[in-house]
Write a protein that binds this ligand. Structure first.
Ligand code: RIB
Length: 355
Protein backbone atom coordinates (compact mmCIF):
# COMPACT_ATOMS: atom_id res chain seq x y z
CA UNK A 1 0.00 0.00 0.00
CA UNK A 2 2.76 2.47 0.91
CA UNK A 3 4.62 1.75 -2.31
CA UNK A 4 1.50 2.40 -4.38
CA UNK A 5 0.94 5.61 -2.40
CA UNK A 6 4.51 6.79 -3.09
CA UNK A 7 4.12 6.03 -6.80
CA UNK A 8 0.69 7.72 -7.05
CA UNK A 9 1.72 10.78 -5.03
CA UNK A 10 5.38 10.96 -5.99
CA UNK A 11 6.27 11.29 -2.33
CA UNK A 12 9.38 9.06 -2.43
CA UNK A 13 11.70 7.61 -5.07
CA UNK A 14 10.59 4.20 -6.35
CA UNK A 15 12.63 2.14 -8.84
CA UNK A 16 11.60 2.37 -12.48
CA UNK A 17 10.74 -1.35 -12.57
CA UNK A 18 8.50 -1.10 -9.52
CA UNK A 19 6.83 2.07 -10.85
CA UNK A 20 6.08 0.21 -14.05
CA UNK A 21 4.51 -2.72 -12.14
CA UNK A 22 2.35 -0.37 -10.05
CA UNK A 23 1.28 1.64 -13.14
CA UNK A 24 0.34 -1.54 -15.01
CA UNK A 25 -1.72 -2.75 -12.05
CA UNK A 26 -3.46 0.65 -11.77
CA UNK A 27 -4.33 0.52 -15.47
CA UNK A 28 -5.50 -3.09 -15.34
CA UNK A 29 -7.68 -2.48 -12.25
CA UNK A 30 -8.77 0.98 -13.42
CA UNK A 31 -7.83 2.13 -9.91
CA UNK A 32 -9.10 5.61 -8.97
CA UNK A 33 -7.51 7.28 -5.90
CA UNK A 34 -10.15 8.10 -3.28
CA UNK A 35 -9.81 11.86 -2.92
CA UNK A 36 -12.07 11.99 0.13
CA UNK A 37 -10.09 9.29 1.95
CA UNK A 38 -6.85 10.98 0.98
CA UNK A 39 -8.26 14.30 2.09
CA UNK A 40 -9.23 12.93 5.49
CA UNK A 41 -5.77 11.44 5.93
CA UNK A 42 -4.01 14.60 4.79
CA UNK A 43 -6.61 17.01 6.25
CA UNK A 44 -6.79 18.76 2.86
CA UNK A 45 -8.63 17.87 -0.32
CA UNK A 46 -7.14 20.44 -2.73
CA UNK A 47 -10.66 21.62 -3.50
CA UNK A 48 -12.24 25.04 -2.97
CA UNK A 49 -15.89 25.97 -3.15
CA UNK A 50 -17.51 29.05 -4.69
CA UNK A 51 -21.13 30.02 -4.06
CA UNK A 52 -22.71 32.47 -6.55
CA UNK A 53 -26.22 33.98 -6.58
CA UNK A 54 -27.18 33.40 -10.22
CA UNK A 55 -25.55 30.92 -12.55
CA UNK A 56 -27.29 32.49 -15.58
CA UNK A 57 -25.62 35.90 -15.11
CA UNK A 58 -22.36 36.08 -17.13
CA UNK A 59 -20.94 38.44 -14.52
CA UNK A 60 -20.53 35.64 -11.99
CA UNK A 61 -19.36 33.18 -14.63
CA UNK A 62 -16.55 35.54 -15.62
CA UNK A 63 -15.42 35.88 -12.00
CA UNK A 64 -15.59 32.09 -11.58
CA UNK A 65 -13.39 31.73 -14.66
CA UNK A 66 -10.66 33.80 -12.99
CA UNK A 67 -10.96 31.68 -9.86
CA UNK A 68 -10.92 28.35 -11.71
CA UNK A 69 -7.93 29.24 -13.88
CA UNK A 70 -5.94 30.32 -10.81
CA UNK A 71 -7.02 27.31 -8.75
CA UNK A 72 -6.09 24.88 -11.51
CA UNK A 73 -2.63 26.40 -11.77
CA UNK A 74 -2.24 25.75 -8.03
CA UNK A 75 -3.49 22.16 -8.32
CA UNK A 76 -6.87 22.90 -6.74
CA UNK A 77 -10.31 21.93 -8.09
CA UNK A 78 -13.26 24.32 -7.91
CA UNK A 79 -16.76 23.27 -6.78
CA UNK A 80 -19.23 25.87 -8.11
CA UNK A 81 -22.57 26.18 -6.24
CA UNK A 82 -25.57 28.33 -7.23
CA UNK A 83 -27.65 29.75 -4.36
CA UNK A 84 -30.30 31.09 -6.77
CA UNK A 85 -30.66 34.20 -4.65
CA UNK A 86 -31.90 32.07 -1.72
CA UNK A 87 -30.20 32.56 1.68
CA UNK A 88 -31.35 29.13 2.91
CA UNK A 89 -29.76 27.48 -0.14
CA UNK A 90 -26.58 29.49 0.42
CA UNK A 91 -26.37 28.22 3.98
CA UNK A 92 -27.08 24.67 2.81
CA UNK A 93 -24.19 24.85 0.33
CA UNK A 94 -21.89 26.18 3.04
CA UNK A 95 -22.72 22.99 4.92
CA UNK A 96 -22.18 20.78 1.87
CA UNK A 97 -18.78 22.33 1.14
CA UNK A 98 -17.59 22.05 4.75
CA UNK A 99 -18.83 18.44 5.07
CA UNK A 100 -16.98 17.61 1.86
CA UNK A 101 -13.88 19.08 3.44
CA UNK A 102 -13.38 21.92 0.93
CA UNK A 103 -10.16 23.67 1.87
CA UNK A 104 -11.76 27.13 1.55
CA UNK A 105 -14.83 29.03 0.33
CA UNK A 106 -15.27 32.06 -1.93
CA UNK A 107 -18.71 33.53 -1.33
CA UNK A 108 -20.85 35.98 -3.29
CA UNK A 109 -23.56 36.21 -0.69
CA UNK A 110 -27.28 36.95 -1.07
CA UNK A 111 -27.62 37.40 2.68
CA UNK A 112 -27.56 40.66 4.55
CA UNK A 113 -27.12 39.20 8.05
CA UNK A 114 -24.26 37.54 9.92
CA UNK A 115 -25.39 33.92 9.42
CA UNK A 116 -23.11 32.90 6.52
CA UNK A 117 -19.96 34.28 8.12
CA UNK A 118 -20.76 32.82 11.56
CA UNK A 119 -21.51 29.41 10.02
CA UNK A 120 -18.26 29.39 8.05
CA UNK A 121 -16.18 30.70 10.94
CA UNK A 122 -17.68 28.09 13.27
CA UNK A 123 -16.11 25.48 11.03
CA UNK A 124 -12.75 27.32 10.91
CA UNK A 125 -13.08 27.43 7.15
CA UNK A 126 -10.94 29.97 5.22
CA UNK A 127 -13.29 32.46 3.52
CA UNK A 128 -13.05 35.26 0.97
CA UNK A 129 -16.07 37.48 0.27
CA UNK A 130 -16.37 38.60 -3.35
CA UNK A 131 -18.46 41.45 -4.73
CA UNK A 132 -20.64 41.91 -1.64
CA UNK A 133 -19.72 42.76 1.92
CA UNK A 134 -21.38 41.15 4.94
CA UNK A 135 -21.55 42.11 8.62
CA UNK A 136 -20.06 39.66 11.10
CA UNK A 137 -16.48 40.59 11.55
CA UNK A 138 -13.23 41.02 9.73
CA UNK A 139 -13.11 38.81 6.63
CA UNK A 140 -10.96 38.92 3.51
CA UNK A 141 -12.89 40.60 0.70
CA UNK A 142 -12.37 41.44 -2.95
CA UNK A 143 -14.71 43.75 -4.87
CA UNK A 144 -14.92 46.62 -7.32
CA UNK A 145 -15.14 50.23 -6.19
CA UNK A 146 -18.90 50.54 -6.69
CA UNK A 147 -19.18 54.09 -5.40
CA UNK A 148 -16.63 55.16 -8.00
CA UNK A 149 -18.51 53.23 -10.70
CA UNK A 150 -21.82 54.88 -9.78
CA UNK A 151 -20.14 58.28 -9.93
CA UNK A 152 -18.46 57.53 -13.32
CA UNK A 153 -21.75 56.53 -15.00
CA UNK A 154 -23.70 59.50 -13.66
CA UNK A 155 -20.96 62.05 -14.26
CA UNK A 156 -20.62 60.86 -17.86
CA UNK A 157 -24.37 61.28 -18.50
CA UNK A 158 -24.26 64.74 -16.92
CA UNK A 159 -21.34 65.64 -19.22
CA UNK A 160 -23.61 64.71 -22.15
CA UNK A 161 -26.13 67.27 -20.95
CA UNK A 162 -28.60 64.90 -19.23
CA UNK A 163 -30.19 66.44 -16.17
CA UNK A 164 -32.95 63.95 -15.39
CA UNK A 165 -31.19 60.61 -15.02
CA UNK A 166 -33.22 57.57 -14.01
CA UNK A 167 -31.49 55.11 -11.70
CA UNK A 168 -32.47 51.42 -11.56
CA UNK A 169 -30.75 49.96 -8.52
CA UNK A 170 -30.20 46.40 -7.36
CA UNK A 171 -31.57 45.12 -4.05
CA UNK A 172 -30.65 47.84 -1.54
CA UNK A 173 -29.46 45.30 1.04
CA UNK A 174 -26.54 44.40 -1.22
CA UNK A 175 -23.53 46.66 -0.69
CA UNK A 176 -22.71 47.10 -4.43
CA UNK A 177 -26.13 48.63 -5.05
CA UNK A 178 -26.03 50.88 -2.00
CA UNK A 179 -22.54 52.15 -2.92
CA UNK A 180 -23.55 52.85 -6.53
CA UNK A 181 -26.43 54.99 -5.30
CA UNK A 182 -23.93 56.96 -3.20
CA UNK A 183 -21.85 57.57 -6.34
CA UNK A 184 -24.97 58.58 -8.31
CA UNK A 185 -25.92 61.09 -5.61
CA UNK A 186 -22.37 62.48 -5.33
CA UNK A 187 -22.15 63.15 -9.08
CA UNK A 188 -25.49 64.97 -9.09
CA UNK A 189 -24.56 67.01 -6.03
CA UNK A 190 -21.18 67.97 -7.53
CA UNK A 191 -23.01 69.16 -10.69
CA UNK A 192 -25.51 71.15 -8.62
CA UNK A 193 -28.40 68.95 -9.75
CA UNK A 194 -31.06 68.19 -7.15
CA UNK A 195 -31.68 64.47 -6.53
CA UNK A 196 -35.28 63.55 -7.43
CA UNK A 197 -36.10 60.42 -5.40
CA UNK A 198 -38.80 59.53 -7.96
CA UNK A 199 -35.97 58.85 -10.44
CA UNK A 200 -34.48 56.13 -8.19
CA UNK A 201 -36.33 52.81 -8.56
CA UNK A 202 -35.46 49.36 -7.22
CA UNK A 203 -34.59 46.52 -9.60
CA UNK A 204 -33.37 43.05 -8.71
CA UNK A 205 -30.36 42.54 -11.02
CA UNK A 206 -32.51 40.20 -13.13
CA UNK A 207 -33.26 40.88 -16.83
CA UNK A 208 -37.11 41.22 -16.49
CA UNK A 209 -36.91 43.90 -13.80
CA UNK A 210 -35.38 46.24 -16.39
CA UNK A 211 -38.81 46.34 -18.09
CA UNK A 212 -41.17 47.29 -15.25
CA UNK A 213 -38.71 49.77 -13.74
CA UNK A 214 -38.05 51.46 -17.11
CA UNK A 215 -41.82 51.80 -17.71
CA UNK A 216 -42.23 53.26 -14.20
CA UNK A 217 -39.62 55.93 -15.00
CA UNK A 218 -40.96 56.66 -18.50
CA UNK A 219 -44.47 57.10 -17.06
CA UNK A 220 -43.34 59.92 -14.74
CA UNK A 221 -44.84 63.37 -15.37
CA UNK A 222 -41.26 64.53 -16.00
CA UNK A 223 -39.56 61.40 -17.39
CA UNK A 224 -35.75 61.05 -17.53
CA UNK A 225 -33.73 61.48 -20.75
CA UNK A 226 -31.31 58.74 -19.64
CA UNK A 227 -31.30 55.67 -17.39
CA UNK A 228 -28.37 54.26 -15.42
CA UNK A 229 -29.16 50.57 -14.70
CA UNK A 230 -27.07 48.78 -12.05
CA UNK A 231 -26.23 45.82 -14.22
CA UNK A 232 -26.08 45.03 -17.94
CA UNK A 233 -28.88 42.44 -17.87
CA UNK A 234 -31.36 45.05 -16.63
CA UNK A 235 -29.88 47.71 -18.96
CA UNK A 236 -30.43 45.49 -22.03
CA UNK A 237 -34.08 45.02 -21.04
CA UNK A 238 -34.38 48.79 -20.39
CA UNK A 239 -33.34 49.48 -23.98
CA UNK A 240 -36.11 47.21 -25.26
CA UNK A 241 -38.69 48.98 -23.07
CA UNK A 242 -37.51 52.41 -24.22
CA UNK A 243 -37.77 51.43 -27.88
CA UNK A 244 -41.27 50.03 -27.25
CA UNK A 245 -42.18 53.64 -26.42
CA UNK A 246 -41.02 54.71 -29.89
CA UNK A 247 -37.84 56.33 -28.58
CA UNK A 248 -34.54 55.81 -30.45
CA UNK A 249 -31.36 54.90 -28.57
CA UNK A 250 -29.19 56.96 -28.30
CA UNK A 251 -30.72 59.76 -30.42
CA UNK A 252 -33.73 60.23 -28.10
CA UNK A 253 -32.66 58.38 -24.96
CA UNK A 254 -29.41 57.18 -23.36
CA UNK A 255 -28.80 54.01 -21.34
CA UNK A 256 -25.77 53.00 -19.24
CA UNK A 257 -25.30 49.59 -17.62
CA UNK A 258 -22.84 48.12 -15.11
CA UNK A 259 -20.50 45.05 -15.20
CA UNK A 260 -19.49 45.01 -18.92
CA UNK A 261 -20.46 41.36 -19.34
CA UNK A 262 -19.35 39.53 -22.49
CA UNK A 263 -22.74 40.27 -24.16
CA UNK A 264 -22.63 44.06 -23.68
CA UNK A 265 -20.75 44.81 -26.96
CA UNK A 266 -23.38 42.76 -28.88
CA UNK A 267 -26.59 44.25 -27.50
CA UNK A 268 -28.68 46.46 -29.79
CA UNK A 269 -27.22 49.05 -29.73
CA UNK A 270 -23.92 48.03 -28.09
CA UNK A 271 -24.16 49.06 -24.46
CA UNK A 272 -22.24 51.82 -22.76
CA UNK A 273 -21.41 50.48 -19.33
CA UNK A 274 -19.16 50.54 -16.29
CA UNK A 275 -16.66 47.70 -16.51
CA UNK A 276 -15.82 45.67 -13.44
CA UNK A 277 -12.44 43.81 -13.60
CA UNK A 278 -14.24 40.45 -13.30
CA UNK A 279 -11.48 38.04 -14.24
CA UNK A 280 -8.98 39.92 -12.05
CA UNK A 281 -11.43 39.91 -9.12
CA UNK A 282 -11.59 36.11 -9.50
CA UNK A 283 -7.82 35.71 -9.79
CA UNK A 284 -7.07 37.88 -6.76
CA UNK A 285 -9.84 36.31 -4.68
CA UNK A 286 -8.36 32.85 -5.32
CA UNK A 287 -4.88 34.05 -4.33
CA UNK A 288 -6.27 35.68 -1.18
CA UNK A 289 -7.91 32.36 -0.26
CA UNK A 290 -4.69 30.39 -0.78
CA UNK A 291 -2.85 32.91 1.40
CA UNK A 292 -5.51 32.54 4.10
CA UNK A 293 -5.31 28.75 3.98
CA UNK A 294 -1.62 28.98 4.79
CA UNK A 295 -1.83 31.83 7.30
CA UNK A 296 -5.01 31.79 9.40
CA UNK A 297 -3.92 34.57 11.75
CA UNK A 298 -2.87 37.48 9.55
CA UNK A 299 -5.19 40.52 9.53
CA UNK A 300 -8.11 40.47 7.09
CA UNK A 301 -7.45 42.06 3.68
CA UNK A 302 -10.11 44.22 2.01
CA UNK A 303 -9.30 45.05 -1.63
CA UNK A 304 -11.19 47.40 -3.96
CA UNK A 305 -10.43 47.29 -7.68
CA UNK A 306 -11.00 50.19 -10.07
CA UNK A 307 -13.99 50.30 -12.43
CA UNK A 308 -13.88 52.16 -15.74
CA UNK A 309 -16.33 53.65 -18.23
CA UNK A 310 -16.70 51.86 -21.58
CA UNK A 311 -18.42 54.08 -24.15
CA UNK A 312 -20.36 52.30 -26.91
CA UNK A 313 -23.48 53.30 -28.85
CA UNK A 314 -26.25 53.48 -26.23
CA UNK A 315 -25.42 57.02 -25.07
CA UNK A 316 -25.35 60.45 -26.73
CA UNK A 317 -25.79 64.12 -25.88
CA UNK A 318 -29.20 64.98 -24.46
CA UNK A 319 -31.57 66.16 -27.21
CA UNK A 320 -31.28 69.85 -27.99
CA UNK A 321 -27.72 69.97 -26.66
CA UNK A 322 -24.81 70.32 -29.11
CA UNK A 323 -22.52 67.30 -28.84
CA UNK A 324 -18.79 67.42 -29.48
CA UNK A 325 -17.00 64.65 -31.29
CA UNK A 326 -14.38 62.96 -29.15
CA UNK A 327 -10.81 63.92 -29.86
CA UNK A 328 -9.01 60.59 -30.25
CA UNK A 329 -5.80 62.57 -30.89
CA UNK A 330 -5.47 63.17 -27.12
CA UNK A 331 -3.13 60.40 -26.10
CA UNK A 332 -3.49 58.47 -22.89
CA UNK A 333 -7.07 59.57 -22.46
CA UNK A 334 -9.97 57.19 -23.00
CA UNK A 335 -12.61 58.35 -25.46
CA UNK A 336 -15.02 58.88 -22.57
CA UNK A 337 -12.66 61.21 -20.73
CA UNK A 338 -11.79 63.04 -23.98
CA UNK A 339 -15.45 63.56 -24.85
CA UNK A 340 -16.24 64.54 -21.30
CA UNK A 341 -13.54 67.22 -21.05
CA UNK A 342 -14.33 68.43 -24.58
CA UNK A 343 -17.94 68.61 -23.57
CA UNK A 344 -17.26 70.66 -20.47
CA UNK A 345 -15.14 73.16 -22.44
CA UNK A 346 -17.69 73.41 -25.24
CA UNK A 347 -20.63 73.77 -22.86
CA UNK A 348 -18.90 76.61 -20.98
CA UNK A 349 -18.14 78.36 -24.29
CA UNK A 350 -21.76 77.96 -25.41
CA UNK A 351 -22.97 79.47 -22.14
CA UNK A 352 -20.53 82.39 -22.41
CA UNK A 353 -21.73 83.20 -25.92
CA UNK A 354 -25.35 82.96 -24.77
CA UNK A 355 -26.26 79.96 -26.99
O1 RIB B 1 -24.95 41.52 -12.36
C1 RIB B 1 -24.94 41.18 -11.00
C2 RIB B 1 -24.67 42.37 -10.14
O2 RIB B 1 -24.68 41.92 -8.81
C3 RIB B 1 -23.29 42.95 -10.41
O3 RIB B 1 -23.35 44.36 -10.60
C4 RIB B 1 -22.48 42.58 -9.23
O4 RIB B 1 -21.73 43.66 -8.70
C5 RIB B 1 -23.42 41.99 -8.25
O5 RIB B 1 -23.52 42.74 -7.08
Amino acid sequence: VTTVSHVVNGTRHVSEALCQRVSSAIEELDYQPNRIARGLRRRETHTIGMIIPDGTNPFFAEIARGIEDTSFKHNYSLFLCNSDGDVAKELLYIGVLTENRADGIILVSVASGVQPILRIKSRSMPLVLVDRDLPGGEVDSMMADNEQGGWQATEYLISLGHRRIGCITGPSEFTPSANRVNGYRRALNEAGIAVDEALIVRGDFQYPSGCCTARQLLDLAHPPTAIFAYNDLMAIRVMKAVRERGLRIPEDFSVVGFDDICLAPYSDPPLTTIAQPKYEIGQQAAMMLFERMHNRTKPAQRRLLETHLVIRQSTAAAKGVVSLSPDPARKGVSEGESRHSQWKEGFAEARRSGV
